[in-house]
Design a protein around this ligand. Structure first.
Ligand SMILES: Nc1ncnc2c1ncn2[C@@H]1O[C@H](COP(=O)(O)OP(=O)(O)OP(=O)(O)O)[C@@H](O)[C@H]1O
Length: 223
């Protein structure tokens, strides 16, 4: 669950990137976040991840006030959020298995518990059979799916995706969206920031539209 309560973000010295934003994303809901370049999408995602802190208002994730978190609490809270990037940021010198295992190793999970979790995450994205491959041996769509497996391996309750289909052809973009839909059906809240109007129209999820830092529309389905 994500809740924004009158959230504003001012970057120094006085640029208002977000202004008085309020919305709720309930457990298991999937929504698109759109808006022109510079409208504030990345800033909004950074506030949820607590990479940035709201200047005023509150950002609540799973009941926690992200702005009130300190030190180690921030790292712990981030484990509950899976992040999917456009360029998927895989380590090219590590296997698919090792890339997906990384968040579990960082989280200190006992080694004996890791393989089952990694294979389950790879299974979800249809790539269990490619566990031993190196990222560069995979297609762009497969690499993106490994990025999703890495984002979900820690079983986060929230997934944030920043232009996750930006580098994919339309067919692969649909596959990625189908994976997100499956995840939302098992209770994960998903926010997908995208410029891709065709994708938004095709999937018809809730659509949050930012314009110059303000939430100018919050519609149940795209038109
Ligand atoms: N650290 C920062 N310091 C100052 N200004 C910033 C900072 N980060 C972002 N901004 C400004 O805030 C505004 C919103 O930026 P943001 O990256 O959130 O937009 P966006 O909607 O994600 O854009 P894009 O689609 O191009 O990624 C922009 O005008 C940007 O220049």
């Amino acid at each position: 669950m994500i809740r924004f309560e009158s959230v504003s973000k001012r970057y120094p010295p006085q640029f208002d990137a977000l202004r008085e934003l309020s919305f709720d994303l309930p457990t298991g809901e999937m929504a698109f976040l759109t808006g022109h370049s510079g409208a504030g999408k990345s800033t909004l995602l950074k506030l949820i991840m607590r990479i940035e802190k709201a200047s005023s208002g509150r950002v609540i994730v799973n009941g926690r006030d992200q702005g009130a978190l300190k030190g180690r609490q921030i790292a712990l809270a981030r484990r509950d959020i899976g992040m999917v990037y456009q360029d998927h940021n895989l380590l090219d010198d590590r296997s698919v298995f090792d890339n997906v295992a990384l968040p579990l190793i960082i989280a200190g999970m006992p080694a004996r518990d890791i393989p089952n979790r990694v294979y389950a995450a790879l299974d979800l994205v249809g790539l269990k059979h490619r566990a031993k491959a190196m990222p560069l041996e995979l297609s762009g769509g497969e690499q993106q799916r490994v990025g999703i497996a890495r984002a979900v391996v820690g079983k986060p309750s929230v997934i944030l995706a920043d232009e996750p289909t930006g580098n994919l052809d339309p067919q692969l973009a649909v596959e990625v969206m189908n994976i997100f839909e499956d995840l939302s059906r098992v209770g994960v809240s998903i926010l997908v920031a995208t410029h891709d109007l065709a994708l938004i129209a095709r999937f018809r999820h809730r659509l949050l539209t930012l314009q110059a830092g303000q939430l100018v529309a919050d519609t149940g389905a795209a038109t």
